[in-house]
Design a protein around this ligand. Structure first.
Ligand SMILES: Cc1cc2nc3c(=O)[nH]c(=O)nc-3n(C[C@H](O)[C@H](O)[C@H](O)COP(=O)(O)OP(=O)(O)OC[C@H]3O[C@@H](n4cnc5c(N)ncnc54)[C@H](O)[C@@H]3O)c2cc1C
Length: 329
């Protein structure tokens, strides 16, 4: 067993941002171990992009580029990854804690008989072994996980937007090897159609999220948040009551039963800050809360709090953002 191996995510002709984050984290761990960093990439039309992972410090990419691997399907991806990992024999395996990544990681760990820490926010090497920090009890506290001696590979999925992404050298490229692997001949399911949601920026990868709650009062009022999000290059999120009321699609829900997001900036508008909502956005880098109730729990989590009627504040804020953008050209 040697080295760190990452499982990169590739979708619609490009690597997802989280792939560069886990490559960067993988590089740091591999340096701490003094061992190599490799990557596995499965996808369709990925050959031209595979070597670019070298820019983030990956030395070698194991690549399988086939039309059957276009969309994630556990029945195909899991056995193929397991076979490659059994031959590469890495000490540490990193994957993305995206929706697909979490599904894949759990199945893969079971197949390999490996220990897995999901949704990690910090990783380090201690005495030659992996240690992983992950949120528990809906983000109320954190647990540090270690693997029992001799248990390999040590698997961790990484929460998107948390690990620092470091481009090491834009001129570097990884060597690419294509393992001779036959895809499973019989599969019981197939993806018939993928319907992309109308959200312009993917909530899970957005750097800025403007979220609305019950305080938005009416679905039409979300136009205000759409405008602000568009100006800031972000996406619109929602609390559960806004989704339950049919004001927003479920794909926009942030929280324990929605998405876990970690943007640089999270603006909560008319959201009280219930623990189930905080579970989804509490690790955002900067939290701004706009709420007319100064006692709202969201203020205990916010870096900046605005105690104001949002229908007064947001239009004025939009006006200022427009002025600033115009001034900056
Ligand atoms: C098992 C379980 C899972 C759950 N999962 C989730 C989840 O994934 N995501 C989630 O969000 N919730 C979830 N919930 C629900 C959660 O407990 C809260 O009920 C919910 O988060 C509250 O949403 P809210 O803040 O939009 O509404 P409220 O709690 O009703 O808060 C509305 C806020 O808007 C403010 N407001 C009103 N008018 C204005 C105005 N004009 N200007 C400024 N502020 C104003 C009010 O002061 C208030 O603080 C879950 C609950 C359970 C039991």
């Amino acid at each position: 067993m040697t080295g760190v191996c990452i499982i990169a995510e590739f979708r619609n002709g490009a690597f997802r941002q989280v792939s560069f984050e886990i490559a960067s984290e993988g590089r740091r761990l591999a340096d701490a171990l003094g061992e190599p960093l490799t990557a596995i990439v499965l996808g369709d039309g990925v050959t031209a992009e595979a070597a670019t992972l070298g820019q983030y410090g990956v030395k070698k990419v194991y690549l399988i580029d086939q039309p059957e691997l276009k969309d994630y399907l556990a029945e195909i991806h899991v056995p193929v990854l397991a076979e490659i990992l059994r031959s590469v024999q890495p000490k540490v395996v990193l994957s993305a804690a995206s929706a697909n990544g979490k599904d894949l990681s759990a199945r893969l760990a079971a197949r390999l008989g490996a220990g897995l820490a999901q949704d990690c926010t910090e990783l380090l090497i201690e005495n030659g072994a992996l240690k992983a920090k992950r949120p528990v009890y809906a983000g109320k506290t954190y647990a540090w996980c270690a693997w029992t001696n001799g248990s390999y590979p040590q698997m961790a999925s990484c929460r998107p937007n948390v690990m620092a992404c470091s481009l090491i050298d834009a001129s570097k490229s990884a060597s690419v090897e294509t393992p001779a692997i036959t895809l499973p001949a019989v599969v019981k399911s197939r993806i018939v159609k993928v319907e992309a949601s109308e959200t312009k920026v993917d909530l899970a990868e957005a750097q800025v999220i403007v979220s609305g709650g019950r305080g938005m009062k009416d679905p039409k009022n979300f136009a205000l948040l759409e405008e602000l999000a568009q100006l800031l290059g972000g996406a619109v999120g929602a609390s559960r009551p806004a989704v339950d009321a049919g004001w927003r699609p479920h794909a926009d829900q942030v929280g324990q039963t929605g998405k876990v997001v970690t943007p640089t900036l999270y603006i909560a508008c008319g959201i009280s800050g219930a623990i189930q909502h905080l579970a989804g956005m509490g690790s955002s880098k900067f939290i701004v809360a706009i709420n007319k109730d100064p006692e709202a729990p969201i203020f205990s989590k916010a870096d900046y709090g605005v105690v104001e009627d949002l229908f007064q504040f947001i239009p004025a804020f939009i006006k200022e953002v427009k002025k600033l953008k115009a001034a900056c050209g």
